[in-house]
Design a protein. Structure first.
Length: 315
């Protein structure tokens, strides 16, 4: 069945039937608005949009895959503030000839990813559109902590990352070349493995700044450098290259560090910590914060001669 035949309210009923409610959702879909508990008395909020042909392709990813990606992009932003995600609001704009089952799979993927952190989809909207578009707003709770912003990095801090880097970018390149393996790289593009727990953990450990690596490590650390008025220098040899990535790069004629340093969509977390902070095994130290003109270097020099990450209006 196509969504045009199911109709707006028929489609809503099919989608909401696949959205269980988590503990923070006091009132879910069905009324004019949802009701979400706010124990901290502050709400962390973020939003992202996924557009077919720009952020995903249906011949590369199932509806469930796209649901995971759409949720992850937003939940990671909440974690990067040091908060715990609580709820998602989702707007779906779909062409009338979209298969209903694809929309149901999207809902299942959204619910599964949100469930990883105890969050839930509490509402949203549906509209007809010639371009398949998913817009997600995420809410989160700081549990009494101060938010970890981009502007707190100080000279002498160490730079550390948690989660995968380069996997999704490698998977994207592989798919663009018409291949479907190595599976771990392709699946990382379809469904990122986000270290959600590392965000609140970093806040508790005294992180001075933090960001979700969505556009590429160099590009996103540049936001921290600019906001904090500092320079960031990374050590290239601090980044291990997984064997699957090394082999794929050799086969495709790509420098794997381009994926690691400038590739996005893994939604790793990058943070700065005071040098005396006892950061755990989840975090890999990869550089340091220095005095100087705001920017990011690798081994003391600008990296490469091309783009350092994703830009919607250039890429």
């Amino acid at each position: 069945m196509k969504v045009g035949k199911a109709g707006e309210f028929g489609l809503i009923a099919r989608i909401t039937a696949r959205l269980p409610l988590g503990p923070a959702a006091l009132l879910g879909p069905g009324d004019d608005a949802a009701l979400v508990a706010v124990p901290d008395n502050r709400v962390v909020a973020s939003t992202d949009v996924l557009v077919e042909g720009r952020h995903f392709r249906r011949d590369w990813s199932t509806g469930e895959d796209v649901g995971h990606r759409a949720a992850a992009a937003n939940l990671a932003d909440i974690a990067a503030m040091g908060a715990v995600p609580t709820a998602l609001l989702v707007a779906l704009c779909a062409p009338p000839d979209l298969d209903v089952r694809w929309a149901e799979e999207l809902a299942e993927g959204l619910a599964e990813e949100a469930g990883l952190v105890g969050a839930s989809v509490v509402g949203g909207d549906i509209s007809s559109s010639p371009t398949l578009t998913i817009a997600v707003t995420a809410l989160g709770d700081l549990d009494g902590r101060a938010p970890v912003r981009r502007s707190g990095a100080r000279p002498g801090d160490v730079v550390a990352v948690a989660g995968r880097l380069g996997y999704a970018a490698a998977g994207y390149t592989i798919l663009c070349r018409g291949f479907r393996s190595p599976k771990i790289l392709v699946e990382s593009y379809r469904r990122p493995q986000v270290p959600y727990h590392a965000g609140p953990e970093a806040a508790a450990l005294g992180a001075t700044s933090m960001i979700d690596v969505s556009d590429g490590l160099l590009a996103d650390l540049a936001h921290i450098a600019e906001a904090s008025g500092v320079a960031v220098d990374l050590r290239k040899d601090a980044f291990p290259v997984p064997v699957q990535m090394r082999d794929a790069a050799a086969a495709l004629g790509v420098d794997p560090y381009t994926w690691l340093l400038a590739g996005g969509d893994d939604h790793a977390l990058a943070a700065t910590f005071p040098p005396e902070a006892r950061i755990g095994a989840d975090w890999l130290v990869v550089g340091e914060v220095q005095e100087g003109v705001p920017g990011v270097t690798v081994d003391g020099r600008p990296y490469g001669d091309g783009a350092t990450g994703w830009d919607h209006f250039r890429s």
